[in-house]
Design a protein around this ligand. Structure first.
Ligand code: UD1
Length: 419
C-alpha cells in the first residue's frame, strides 16, 4: 500500500488542469447500460473508482474500449449477467447506480447491498422504495437486492430526503418507463444535471434537473451518444484550499466556477482573492494567514460535505475560532483525530467540530479511512513542520487523479513511496 510523504513549508504557486468529475463519470458510465448503441464518454478522470466501475461493467459482459485519453466507449449489447457482486460493491458504494438502468432496460438486476461505510450507515432505502413505486418487484435476501420488472411505470415520487445517487438511480430508471415520472425533493447537484444532459443526448426526455422537481417522460429506447463529463468541483476546491493554507496562489484551468459558489464564498471570507472566468478559477492569498470560517454542510447549492474535511484543515491553521457543522453524514470527522496528532486544536461535539487556529502544525504519521479525510491530511502536511507520512492513500487514489503530480507542479514537496 503506497504512502505519501510531504515536507511542509513551500508556498504553492502555479497553474494546473482540473480533471473530469468522479461523481458525474460514475453515474454516466452506469447510464450507458440504458443505450441501444455504443456510448462514448470523454473527460473521464483516471481514478480507482473508475477502474472498479469498468470492472463491474466488464464482468457483466459489457464491451468497453478505452483510448489513451481515457475516452471510454461502452456497448451494453453484449451483456450476459445482470449482477453486481458484493466484492466490488463493498469497495465502491456508487456501484448501486447500475441497479436502476439495468432493471429498466433489461427487466432484472441483482445488486449487492452496499452496507455501512466509514462515514455512516448510508442506506439505499430511497432507491429501492422509488423503484417499487414504479412497479418493480424487489426482494432483499442474503445481502443482495433482487429486482425484476416488466416495463417500469411513471409515477410521482417524493423522496424522504435529498439523495444524490438516489435521485440519479431513479432518474435513469424513469427514462425507459411507461409514462411520466416526477421526482420531488430531488438532489440539485451539478453532477445530477450532467447526468440528465447526457441522458437527453441519448434521447431521453428529462426536464427540471438542477431544481428540486425533475420530470422524466419515458421513451421506448435510448441511443448511443458522445458526451464529455463536467469538471470536478471537489478536486477544484481541494486545490484552492491547498493554495490558501500555504498563503500561495493557484490558477485552475478547465474548472467550472458556476458550480462552486458556496466554496468560493467561504474562501473569500477566509481572506483569499478569488477571480473567475468561464472555465478557470484563480486564487491568491498574497502570503497572508487565512481567517477561520464557519461552515455548515448541506445538499447543493449549500456547502458540500465533500469539502468539509479540507476546510477543517484550513481552519486549524487559520486565525481565530470556527464552527464546522456536518449535517449530511453522521460520522464524517475521522480526520479530526488525525489532525489533532499534528497539533491541531479541535473540539468535537456530536456532528460539530470547533477549531481554534494554531500558527503551525507538526508533522506526524497519519492515515484516514475515507477519501476526503485523507485529502485533508495531505493539505495539513503542506503546512506542517517536518515530514508528514500519509498512509492508506488508496482512498486518495479513489478520487484524485495524480494528486502528488499536480501538487508538485505547484511547488509542493511531496512524493509517493510503496509501503
Ligand atoms: C453522493 C456522492 C458523495 C457525497 C454525497 C453527498 C456520488 C458517487 N457520491 O453520495 O461524494 O458525499 O452524495 O453529497 O455521487 N440516505 C438515506 N437513504 C437513501 C439514500 C441516502 O438515508 O436511500 C442518506 C445518506 O445516509 C446520507 C444522506 O442521505 O446521510 C445523503 O446521502 P446521498 O446523497 O445519497 O449520498 P450518496 O449519493 O451516496
Amino acid at each position: 500500500m503506497d504512502k505519501l510523504i510531504i515536507s511542509g513549508g513551500p508556498r504553492l504557486s502555479g497553474e494546473i488542469r482540473i480533471s473530469g468529475a468522479k461523481n458525474a463519470a460514475l453515474p454516466i458510465l452506469a447510464a450507458t447500460l440504458l443505450a441501444e448503441g455504443p456510448v462514448k464518454v470523454g473527460n473521464i478522470p483516471h481514478l480507482h473508482d473508475i477502474t472498479v466501475t469498468m470492472e463491474l461493467l466488464g464482468r457483466m459482459g459489457v464491451s468497453l474500449v478505452v483510448d489513451e485519453h481515457m475516452n471510454i466507449e461502452v456497448d451494453c449489447s453484449t451483456i450476459r449477467e445482470f449482477f453486481a457482486p458484493y466484492e466490488l460493491v463493498r469497495t465502491m458504494r456508487a456501484s448501486i447506480l447500475v441497479l436502476g438502468p439495468m432493471l429498466s432496460h433489461f427487466g432484472r438486476a441483482t445488486v449487492s447491498l452496499p452496507g455501512g461505510c466509514a462515514i455512516g450507515s448510508r442506506p439505499v432505502d430511497q432507491h429501492i422504495e422509488g423503484l417499487v413505486k414504479m412497479g418493480a418487484e424487489i426482494e432483499t435476501d442474503g445481502g443482495y437486492i433482487h429486482a425484476r420488472a416488466k416495463r417500469l411505470k411513471g409515477v410521482r415520487l417524493v423522496l424522504d430526503l435529498v439523495t444524490v445517487t438516489g435521485t440519479e438511480n431513479l432518474m435513469m430508471a424513469a427514462t425507459l418507463a411507461e409514462g411520466t415520472t416526477i421526482i420531488e425533493n430531488a438532489a440539485r447537484e451539478p453532477e445530477v444535471v450532467d447526468l440528465a444532459t447526457c441522458l437527453n443526448a441519448m434521447g431521453a426526455s428529462i426536464f427540471g434537473a438542477g431544481t428540486d422537481t425533475i420530470t422524466i417522460e419515458g421513451v421506448r429506447r435510448l441511443n448511443g451518444a458522445s458526451y464529455d463529463v463536467l469538471p470536478d468541483r471537489i478536486e477544484s476546491g481541494t486545490f484552492l484550499v491547498a493554495a490558501a493554507l500555504t498563503g500561495g496562489r493557484v490558477k485552475l484551468k478547465d474548472a467550472l466556477p458556476g458550480t462552486m459558489d458556496a466554496v468560493l464564498q467561504k474562501l473569500r471570507e477566509a481572506g483569499a482573492e478569488v477571480t473567475v472566468g468561464e472555465d478557470w478559477i484563480a486564487l491568491d492569498m498574497h502570503g497572508r494567514r487565512p481567517v477561520a470560517v464557519n461552515v455548515k454542510t448541506s445538499p447543493y447549492p449549500a456547502f458540500p460535505t465533500d469539502m468539509q474535511a479540507q476546510f477543517t484543515a484550513l481552519n486549524v491553521i487559520s486565525d481565530g475560532t470556527a464552527v464546522i457543522s456536518e449535517t449530511v453524514f453522521e460520522n464524517r470527522f475521522m480526520h479530526v483525530h488525525e489532525l489533532r496528532r499534528m497539533g491541531a486544536s479541535i473540539r468535537l461535539e456530536g456532528n460539530t467540530a470547533i477549531t481554534s487556529g494554531v500558527p503551525v502544525l507538526k508533522a506526524a504519521p497519519v492515515m484516514a479511512t475515507d477519501l476526503r479525510a485523507s485529502a485533508s491530511l495531505v493539505l495539513a502536511g503542506l503546512v506542517a513542520e517536518g515530514e508528514t507520512v500519509v498512509d492508506r492513500i488508496y482512498h486518495i487514489d479513489r478520487g484524485y487523479e495524480s494528486i502528488e503530480e499536480k501538487l508538485t507542479k505547484l511547488g509542493a514537496e511531496i512524493r509517493r513511496v510503496p509501503s
